[in-house]
Write a protein that binds this ligand. Sequence first.
Ligand code: SAM
Length: 279
Amino acid sequence: MSAIDDLPPLREVIAAHQLSARKSLGQNFLLDLNLTAKIARQAGKLDECDVLEIGPGPGGLTRGLLSEGARRVLAVEKDSRCIPALQEIAAACPGRLEILEGDALEIDPLAHLTPPIRIAANLPYNVGTELLIRWLTPPEWPPFWQSLTLMFQREVAERIVARPGTKAYGRLAILAQWRAEARIAMSLPPGAFTPPPKVSSAVVHLTALPEPRYPANAKTLERVVAAAFNQRRKMLRAALRGLAHDIEDRLIAVGLRPTDRAEQVPLEGFCALARNLDG
Ligand code: SAM
């Protein structure tokens, strides 16, 4: 038994620190330590990595990450009420848990962590999508992170791993799959959380690829994909008209049908069009 295993159950921690869940902070806590350890294991081999955890709350996943052997964890939490509970975990594993009170959207993780870095989080859904897009669109590739293990609403998770020809396929799938391997690692019913959210959730695991699957300039690709899916019911030649006066010729030149719709275009088609526009 390690000192982390000697910490009190999460229900007692929540009662002791009066951590009633706040809707405004998207607080749906995971209190089952077997479950949080299982999520931590989805993050891969942790013993040679620093882990960035966003939104640790009372620390269920934090405890999982530490007991699964993370070298160091940086836990970034916006709710000051959670800090004393997290400090108890830090005291049980000296030097391995750094707690940062603040907004995950405003911190610089590299000021605190040493690569290789993995990211793990059970986050409010709105912040989660914004952070995911940020992590997928850094100024340079490969990014500072090796993998992302993130809880999402099931519907958002499906959009991240979606294949062409499905309703869920769109900008998020392309951003995620162009430079990462993305899969749904676990599904969780609402009852796994306290309080239970209205919908089911899923853990998505993304591994950064050393290089993009197909060459393209990131900014051009983002412009093409944003335009294509902004008007997803339109044919490509209409949706992409604003990108070039001769867009129809360019679509044909890269083997795409101008009358197709965005959801029919595979990732390599968007990359080919981005290269053509830059060429
Ligand atoms: N990880 C904990 C768990 O699994 O039980 C808590 C999960 S709860 C869904 C989301 C956590 O993110 C809350 O503790 C909330 O206070 C925190 N949070 C919300 N917005 C945040 C932000 N912008 N930056 C950092 N933490 C945030």
